[in-house]
Write a protein that binds this ligand. Structure first.
Ligand code: HEC
Length: 130
């Protein structure tokens, strides 16, 4: 009984890691295609012009993060105490792709997240911010 439970527990962890791994890898490719030219390979952006994704307090709000990638974001916003009054247009990514690139940025450059974002989550983030 105990062994069965242990096995169940371990396989659940393995499954969670695998699904983050696959999504992360797809997200990395998307990042290199769609985001890197502004937010840079190190995720630091450019202070005052393009906000960072690495250790950015903005990413603590996952819903706002997904919303900004899905619908775009227009300033003013404050990230890590610095004001940005720029504009990022939506890039036309599908909900699954947005989930993948979000998983990538939430787990890169020292960022870590317990949540794995999936397509269903992105679908539920509506245009109107509540
Ligand atoms: C053309 C340049 C450009 C590209 C390409 C771009 N961004 Fe942005 N991004 C910006 C700017 C500028 C802002 C800040 C907008 C504002 O001032 O409201 C921003 C804001 C953000 C934010 C919220 C603030 C923060 O830094 O946490 C996130 C999250 C984000 N971008 C993620 C992405 C992702 C993921 C991609 C690729 C799918 C991407 N961006 C592509 C320029 C860009």
């Amino acid at each position: 009984m105990k062994i069965t439970l242990l096995f169940f527990f371990l396989s659940t962890i393995a499954f969670a890691q695998q699904s983050l791994g696959d999504s992360y890898e797809r997200g990395k490719l998307l990042y290199d295609d769609f985001c890197v030219r502004c937010h840079l390979p190190n995720g630091l952006g450019e202070s005052g012009l393009v906000p960072p994704l690495s250790n950015a307090d903005f990413l603590d709000d996952i819903k706002a993060t997904v919303h900004s990638i899905k619908y775009g974001i227009h300033g003013p916003i404050i990230v890590n105490g610095v004001e940005y009054n720029g504009s990022m247009s939506p890039m036309g990514l599908g909900d699954g792709e947005i989930a993948d690139v979000t998983n990538f940025i939430l787990n890169s450059w020292g960022n870590t997240s317990d949540l794995i974002i999936d397509e269903q989550y992105v679908k539920k983030v509506s245009e109107i911010k509540l």
